[in-house]
Design a protein around this ligand. Structure first.
Ligand SMILES: Nc1ncnc2c1ncn2[C@@H]1O[C@H](COP(=O)(O)OP(=O)(O)OP(=O)(O)O)[C@@H](O)[C@H]1O
Ligand SMILES: [Mg+2]
Length: 224
């Protein structure tokens, strides 16, 4: 069973009188254990595709099946529950909780997910932050971290609950250093052997090299 299956997904936005077609007949199947790199120019529909895959936006037409569940017909409440339990997101604009430390930003999402015990959640958060090269920044607030460090905290938070689907939107500055390879290797190890799948938006060929497959998108149309 594919981890993610988009079938003929169309998404239009209305902007004043104009209708913008952000995704047009997008069909994509991502297997369990598979990492797909999604590349395409600005405005081509990458964030829209991730948002629809993770149940943040509903498609105008078409079907979205995640882990065998057809989420296209879910209510807002079902979508919220689905996102909390099954999806790990890293957005382009990192939205960490500003008054929580790096460690606490990971631990806090435990309540939405597998609900490990407090001690176990803390241990998992520390292990992830350590692998993300943040062992000495765990007690810092987001405002005390660099942009790339904040992105790496967001990656840790997305992986915290072992989601079924990991969706990462352009973690460029988190990955353009030497640490980038280590971060990608962490993402690979979290996805492989855990029946998880990942879609990672990137402009960086070095990152795409960690993916099993690259899919390009141009003006809302996918191509292998
Ligand atoms: N809420 C919205 N209302 C109207 N138009 C939108 C909205 N969100 C996105 N769009 C438009 O839909 C198209 C696809 O946007 P999307 O954000 O998916 O692109 P993207 O590939 O992620 O771009 P970037 O690389 O710049 O992040 C663009 O033309 C954008 O202007
Ligand atoms: Mg985008």
């Amino acid at each position: 069973m594919p981890a993610l299956e988009l079938t003929n997904v169309r998404k239009t936005y209305t902007s004043g009188d104009a209708e913008i077609v952000a995704l047009d007949h997008a069909t994509l199947s991502v297997a369990e254990d598979e990492i797909v790199a999604l590349v395409g120019p600005s405005g081509s529909g990458k964030t829209t595709l991730l948002s629809i895959s993770g149940g943040l936006l509903t498609p105008t037409e078409g079907e979205v099946v995640v882990g065998g569940r057809d989420i296209s017909g879910y209510s807002a409440q079902q979508l919220t529950e689905f996102r909390r339990s099954s999806v790990g997101f890293v957005f382009q604009s990192v939205n960490l909780v500003p008054f929580l430390t790096a460690r606490e930003n990971l631990v806090v999402v435990n309540d939405f997910g597998r609900r490990r015990g407090r001690k176990e959640a803390r241990a998992r958060a520390e292990k992830l932050l350590d692998e993300l090269g943040l062992q000495r920044r765990m007690d810092n607030l987001p405002g005390q971290l660099s942009g790339g460090e904040r992105q790496r905290v967001a990656i840790g938070r997305a992986l915290m609950n072992e989601p079924d689907l990991v969706l990462i939107d352009e973690p460029t500055s988190a990955l353009d250093t030497k640490l980038g390879e280590q971060v990608m290797e962490l993402i690979v190890s979290e996805v492989k052997g855990r029946s998880t799948a990942a879609v990672i938006v990137t402009h960086d060929a070095r990152m795409a090299h960690y993916a099993d497959r690259t899919v390009t998108i141009t003006d809302g149309v996918l191509a292998a």
